[in-house]
Design a protein around this ligand. Structure first.
Ligand code: GLU
Length: 493
């Protein structure tokens, strides 16, 4: 029988979920979905001082928003510290670990000497071969001790095949007898993390490349505890264009998942974008439905090269990676309107211009209008900013549109009222009729239709650009159009 795949996502709740962490979660989730396996959410909260309830909730909310689902958990690492200590005790009993009574001063001095000799800065194994008598004496004297793992002696090495990075080998002689329990009795993270993975029967450890340094040591822990060794897949780092590692410290909120939620991203669009940070298909495909992505995903498709996240904190045009925006734009414009509707609603609510009629008597109109105006939008917030005039009578006129499309043409002072009257007089207010009236009016006054079209657009929507004007007029509705043309005149006063 094939063993069921079990993977885990174990964030440390010392900050919000950032795009690197989200990508790790997504890869684990996709792998579980693909293999019919199980994803466990495990909160690594042993650093009590830096962890907070608020961060835990934030991480969970961001995962849920992205649509990443898990099968078990959240489990909390801190609740298993007895197990971690018990594992260390087993390692002591079986001779795979030993108590180290060296003081910090001893260790500092040894390191200093090693530095002078230009030797490796490794623990020299002083306490490795203490006799039971010596140990008993030190214990009786109450000498504090650390617990160290006993790295096997001799020429051997730890070797494993990372699914992404290939064969990795680390010689025993290059691994020091590392600490697994502090002198205050607290287990170290490297131990807790491995013990949790053993208890949870994790089959694949899929994590960031920064975990690679721990892996040989953790494999030694697995072996010493007689536990089966999982497969490992380490993912490339995400770097900014200057090749600095993406981090909360350097990039702030810009790399938080919630930032994208607040700045008009659709969850699936962000997920789709994040998957492409370090993973690709042979045909470099970029857009995937959920089913397609699960079908296409494989750990072997993860690239070794570091991924670049083009943070653009100060670029007014993009505000984030242009590829991320282009993927969001794709979904915003192409998903069924009904799928976009809740996000538009949320934006209008946030802007204080939501009207219950939009889901009541004007629901059809609402969907049609979303569909009309989204063809020029990139993020959901555009509906409440650029699209405000469709949903509210209280909208600003873009200064450039006012100057170029209205004030530059004095004649509009006279033409706006004429247009208002004529549009008012049409029997049925349709795209064709509105167009006819506007073009005929332009001819009559001997001006280009474009002058009227651009002027009306600016007055009616506050924007210099938008969908075809005649469609716009129908979407805004005759009464409002007429009213707004009247207001257009007042700009000249
Ligand atoms: N808590 C670690 C982190 O947030 C996870 C390391 C691992 O996946 O083993 O980086």
């Amino acid at each position: 029988m094939k063993q069921e795949v079990v993977v885990r996502f174990p964030p440390s709740p010392t900050g919000y979920l950032h795009i690197g962490g989200a990508r790790t979660a997504i890869f684990n989730w996709l792998f579980a979905q693909k293999t019919g396996g199980k994803l466990i959410l495990r909160i690594e909260d042993t650093d009590a001082e830096r962890s907070s309830e608020e961060m835990i909730q934030g991480i969970i909310d961001s995962l849920k928003w992205l649509g990443v689902t898990w099968d078990e958990g959240p489990y909390f690492q801190s609740r298993f510290s007895n197990e971690h200590v018990a594992a260390a005790k087993r390692l002591l009993d079986s001779g795979h670990a030993y108590k180290c009574f060296c003081t910090k001063e001893d260790l500092d001095q040894k390191r200093e000497e090693a530095r002078k000799r230009k030797a490796a800065l490794q623990y020299d194994g002083t306490c490795r071969n203490l006799t039971p008598d010596e140990i008993a004496k030190k214990e009786a004297a109450g000498t504090p001790y650390l617990i160290r793992l006993k790295v096997p002696p001799g020429e051997g090495s730890v070797m494993f095949a990372d699914i992404v990075y290939g064969i990795i080998e680390k010689k025993y002689e290059d691994i020091e007898d590392f600490v697994i329990v502090r002198s205050n009795g607290q287990p170290l993270y490297i131990l807790s993390n491995a013990v949790d993975d053993i208890r949870d029967r994790i089959t694949h450890v899929i994590r960031g490349q920064d975990g690679l340094a721990n892996t040989p040591k953790q494999i030694l822990i697995y072996k010493a505890l007689g536990a089966p060794i999982p497969k490992f897949a380490h993912m490339p780092l995400t770097l900014d264009p200057k090749k600095a590692k993406i981090s909360k410290r350097t990039h702030g909120e810009m790399v938080a998942v919630h930032f994208y939620r607040e700045h008009g991203f659709l969850p699936w669009a962000l997920l789709n974008y994040l998957v492409l940070l370090g993973w690709s298909t042979p045909d470099s495909r970029e857009i995937f439905s959920k089913e397609e992505l699960i079908e296409a995903f494989s750990l072997e498709g993860i690239n070794r090269a570091n991924a670049v996240f083009d943070v653009r904190k100060d670029d007014p045009k993009f505000f984030t990676d242009p590829k991320a925006i282009s993927i969001n734009t794709h979904y915003l414009r192409n998903l069924p309107v009904e799928d976009i509707e809740p996000y538009v609603r949320a934006e209008l609510e946030k802007a204080g211009i939501w009207d219950p009629e939009f889901e009541g008597t004007r629901h059809d109109w609402f969907l049609r209008t979303i569909d009309l105006i989204r063809s020029r939008y990139h993020i959901t917030t555009d509906f409440a900013t650029l699209g405000r005039a469709y949903f509210s009578d209280d909208y600003p006129i873009e200064p450039k549109a006012l100057k170029k499309n209205i004030l530059k043409h004095e004649g509009l002072k006279e033409w706006f009222p004429v247009l208002a009257d004529r549009l008012q007089a049409i029997d049925t207010f349709t795209v064709e009729e509105a167009e006819k009236v506007i073009r005929e009016t332009a001819d009559e006054f001997g001006i280009k239709a474009g002058i009227l079209i651009n002027g009306i657009r600016a007055a009616v929507t506050g924007q210099a650009v938008g969908p075809g004007l005649f469609d716009v007029l129908i979407a805004v509705g005759r009464t409002r159009v007429v009213e707004r043309l009247g207001k257009g005149v007042s700009f000249f006063e």
